[in-house]
Design a binder for this molecule. Structure first.
Ligand SMILES: [Ca+2]
Length: 214
């Protein structure tokens, strides 16, 4: 009996002791592959994109936002990815995405988590209405479409960038089931949606991204 079968056989007991959620995590851990990114060595395979650099410009006003490798903030180590967002037109999508070879064309479960530095307070102040988004799919989005209410097409809203506690690192999590493309690849993305008005470059930072495929 292999380990997974052994855990399955013990399902009833584990469910009673740990609860169903804890049991589900124990099962997926057997076959999961995790990928960690601390950005100490650059973008580590992630691509920096915006709605302006991927396909046609979507917002009425150009914002020229970008993502750069930075030493200004780091949750661990000395580097992170700096999302430089300009709210000049109250509109924009700034994101990094990355392909993963998952070795199957059958659906896989994707768990994404990352730490996000923000100094926004919730509400109408500068940046407080911006949003953190995540993406997963068979292929990376060639031309994001938006904004569509508090989101962009194909992305998932993980919450605003504003926090009552003020400046600091906040963890965002996302889960999805993805059917890989015919080459056994999936694409995962982490994004800032600009939805506040401010006429300068406001920096957010992303560090310690973890992608688990099971
Ligand atoms: Ca780091």
């Amino acid at each position: 009996m292999n380990l997974k079968a052994l855990i399955t056989a013990g399902a009833a007991t584990a469910g009673m002791l740990l609860g169903n959620a804890a049991f589900a995590d124990a099962v997926t851990a057997v076959t999961a592959a995790s990928y960690d990114f601390g950005y100490e060595n650059g973008f580590e395979g992630w691509s920096a994109k915006t709605d302006e650099t991927s396909g046609a410009q979507d917002c009425p006003t150009r914002h020229n936002s970008s993502i750069v490798h930075s030493t200004a903030k780091a949750r661990t180590g000395t580097h992170s990815l700096e999302f430089r967002t300009n709210g000049v037109g109250d509109c924009g999508l700034v994101y990094s995405d990355r392909q993963f070879q998952v070795g199957t064309t059958s659906p896989v479960k994707v768990d994404l988590s990352f730490w996000f530095w923000s100094n926004d307070k919730p509400g109408p102040g500068t940046g407080g209405k911006n949003h953190v988004l995540a993406y997963s799919g068979a292929d990376c989005i060639a031309d994001p479409k938006g904004p569509i209410e508090s989101n962009w097409e194909g992305f998932t809203n993980l919450g605003t960038t504003g926090h009552e506690e003020g400046a600091g690192w906040y963890e965002y999590r996302y889960q999805a089931t993805v059917t890989p493309n015919s080459s056994g690849q999936i694409c995962v993305g982490q994004a800032v949606m600009i939805a506040s008005t401010y006429r300068f470059f406001k920096s957010y930072y992303v560090d310690d991204t973890r992608v688990t495929v099971s």
